[in-house]
Design a protein around this ligand. Structure first.
Ligand code: ZN
Ligand code: ZN
Ligand code: ZN
Length: 82
């Protein structure tokens, strides 16, 4: 997986190379970002865990929860009456 350092924008062919670079220069090493809430994670597994344990969409009217904001928006569109 290619990697780009968020501190200096240097690109690497592999995430390992990026990790080494960040280690050596003290730059922040971030591999995965949640597209829902923008939280950053050091690896894809941590992001997966976050996605499965965090509710990003929650309807305050019928108290239904959704995996992401897009689903919640769709719910709000489809459900004109609660
Ligand atoms: Zn860097
Ligand atoms: Zn998130
Ligand atoms: Zn609802």
């Amino acid at each position: 997986m290619p990697y780009q350092c968020i501190d200096c924008s240097k690109r690497f062919n592999t995430s390992k190379g990026g990790e080494r670079h960040c280690d050596a220069l003290g730059h922040q090493y971030i591999l995965a970002k949640c597209y829902e809430c923008g939280r950053e994670f050091v690896n894809a597994r941590a992001l997966e865990q976050h996605l499965s344990s965090t509710v990003h969409g929650y309807c305050t009217i019928c108290e239904k929860s959704f995996g992401n904001k897009w689903r919640l928006e769709q719910h709000n569109r489809d459900t004109t009456r609660h």
